[in-house]
Design a protein around this ligand. Structure first.
Ligand code: SAM
Length: 243
């Protein structure tokens, strides 16, 4: 099976939207880990974290984590899947939260413009056909000095972590996907993680895109060495307009 991208992936998420929230509750620590990454973003952004973009917000789990970590921020959640977004929008939100249906590759056409003080992308980058292009878009959307947090399955590079991931896929993720009629999406999950950058490689990709202060932080539980928070900053402008 080839990896799903763009319209095919959005359709797979549309089909999986109804069971998504139920399935993630079977993943121990899913919400707690999103909250941890959102707090890390809030700490890095400081009081500047006023206007925040949640890219690939899905059914709103990451948006809820952001809303808790940044209680005064105006948050825009964006997703390419209409089905996932409908689930998000049907939940109760404070008025400072809104949702937009758009692919990360074409935000301007949907009226999503910067500057944002902070951008969060949880479980998005691994799904993109062109990570570098979207990192470039995020850099441009951020205000100078603004922060990006990427929460992502990105293996450490150690053989033991790859082996744990394979075991979890074979024993839990693939059987669950098959049992719930989401086999395609969960095969995509296994493969996309296996083929995605390791954590050090993704950190290098962020630096090459123009971010500085790139940090890779571990997450606790079975995801240690498998899922990480990546923090980065759009460099502030120097006097005279140069970055
Ligand atoms: C695994 S879900 C994660 C959702 C949410 N961030 C969370 O943490 O629960 C990934 C989401 O990314 C969205 N997505 C994938 N590719 C996208 C793209 N190119 N542009 C925007 N959203 C995309 C999918 O539709 C899906 O809702």
């Amino acid at each position: 099976m080839t990896l799903l991208h763009d319209a095919a992936l959005a359709e797979a998420f549309d089909r999986g939207a109804g069971s998504y929230d139920r399935l993630v509750t079977l993943n121990p620590g899913y919400h707690a880990q999103l909250r941890r990454s959102a707090r890390r973003l809030a700490q890095a952004a400081g009081t500047a974290g006023n206007r925040v973009l949640d890219l690939g917000c899905g059914t709103g789990a990451s948006t809820a984590a952001l809303a808790a970590a940044l209680p005064r921020a105006r948050i825009v959640g964006v997703d390419a899947s209409a089905g996932m977004l409908r689930r998000a929008a049907a939940k109760e939100w404070p008025t400072r939260v809104c949702f937009v249906h758009a692919p990360a590759e074409d935000l301007a056409a949907a009226g999503v413009h910067g500057p944002f003080d902070a951008v969060f992308a949880a479980y998005l980058f691994r799904n993109l056909a062109d990570c570098d292009a979207v990192l470039g878009t995020v850099l441009e959307l951020l205000a100078p000095g603004g922060r990006l947090a990427v929460h992502e399955y990105a293996l450490s590079g150690r053989r033991v972590d790859r082996a744990v991931w394979s075991t979890v896929c074979a024993g839990v993720i693939l059987p669950l996907g098959a049992a719930t009629g989401n086999g395609g999406l969960y095969r995509h999950l296994r493969r996309s993680v296996g083929e995605f950058d390791t954590a050090p490689a993704f950190a290098g990709r962020m630096r090459r895109a123009g971010f500085d202060r790139v940090r890779v932080l571990p997450l606790p539980g079975w995801q240690t060495g498998i899922t990480h928070t990546f923090l980065a900053r759009r460099p502030p402008e120097r006097p005279g307009g140069a970055r």
